[in-house]
Each structure stands twice: as C-alpha cells, then as structure tokens.
Design a binder for this molecule. Structure first.
Ligand code: NAG
Length: 177
C-alpha cells in the first residue's frame, strides 16, 4: 500500500514538474537582481522603442528594458562600463534552462555604445532604458525558437569602481516576424 502511494506521488510529481511557461512567463515578465549593490533595482518593465509596454517581448527589433534604479553614489560611463548578456532557452524535457551560445558577441563589450544611456548618474528612482537589440546578431536570434520562454542575464560591470549591476529576467519572446 505504501509503495503504491509513493509510486502515485512520483507520477504526480513527474507530470506536474514541468511548466511550458515557467514562472508565469506566459503572461508576465519575472525578474530579480543578481548583484548585491550599491545600485539597487526596484522595477523592470519591457517596452518597445517608443516606451510602450510590450509583452510578449519581440526580439526581432530593438526593445527597451525600462529599469528603475537607485544609484547611491557612482557615475558610470565609457570606457569603464562593460556589458555582458547571457541567454537561456527553456527545456521542458529537463525542466531547466539551457544556455544559448552568444559566440562572445555580447561579452564584456562597451556598454555605452551598446544600448546603455550613459552616463548613469547617482539618483533615486530613475528609469534607465537599457536597449536590447538582437536584430544585428542573426547568429544568435536564428537559434531562438519563436514564442518560447527565455531567460536573460544583463550584467553591467564597471572597470573603474569594480561595481556590478545585474538583472535576470524571464520572458516570453517572439523571435521571428
Ligand atoms: C522563478 O523565479 C524565482 C525568483 O522569483 C527563481 O528563484 C526561480 O529560479 C525561477 N524558476 C525558474 C524555473 O527559473
């Protein structure tokens, strides 16, 4: 009797373990900060280039990640501020995120000439529009299936202050028009 119960439990666990849309990404963006300050992120909102809320996000054209931050003290600018973006796709078979190769194209590049409105200055409650543009990296976008959940890590590292600002977000994305 006990073993039959356990078996049933295991089956239930298996069948419910994997969501097609992890973390409710079907309808909304999920995000969290992956750095510990000094800059703190209080909100993340995906928009189109005109600033209108957009969901699912469309990676076929440039979009903005409207990020609300509190920056207590530092000014960040070129050439110190570097950007690294990592991408994962959702694997419903393993219920996990699989890393998508970015071929070094998005690795430690000059942030200020790649979508970050520089300089970022001290101040509370500022909205920084981080531009995300995969339309000029077909090598990456061509690997991404249309209308699936994706996870992105957006890391800004400042070589001058050695400070990091990092946000992970998960979103439903359209990758083909
Ligand atoms: C869902 O979001 C939480 C943070 O809100 C995160 O810790 C967790 O790893 C996410 N789950 C998946 C499957 O990515």
């Amino acid at each position: 009797m006990l073993s039959r119960c356990l078996c049933l439990l295991a089956l239930v666990a298996l069948s419910s373990a994997c969501d097609t849309w992890p973390n409710s990404t079907e309808t909304k963006v999920t995000w969290w900060q992956c750095s510990s300050g000094p800059v703190m992120v209080t909100n993340v909102n995906p928009t189109d280039k005109k600033g209108t809320y957009e969901y699912p996000i469309r990676l076929t054209e440039p979009l903005l990640i409207a990020t609300t931050i509190n920056d207590p003290k530092s000014t960040y600018s070129s050439p110190g501020l570097k950007q690294t973006i990592k991408v994962w796709s959702w694997n419903p078979n393993t219920c996990g995120w699989t890393s998508v190769p970015t071929f070094g194209l998005l690795n430690n590049i000059d942030a200020c000439s790649n979508g970050v409105p520089c300089p970022i200055k001290p101040g509370n409650n500022q909205i920084v529009n981080l531009e995300l543009d995969f339309s000029d990296t077909p090598a990456i976008i061509n690997l991404l299936k249309n209308d699936k959940p994706y996870q992105l890590e957006y890391l800004l590292h400042d070589d001058v202050t050695k400070e990091d600002l990092c946000v992970i977000f998960q979103a439903r994305a359209l990758t083909h028009s």
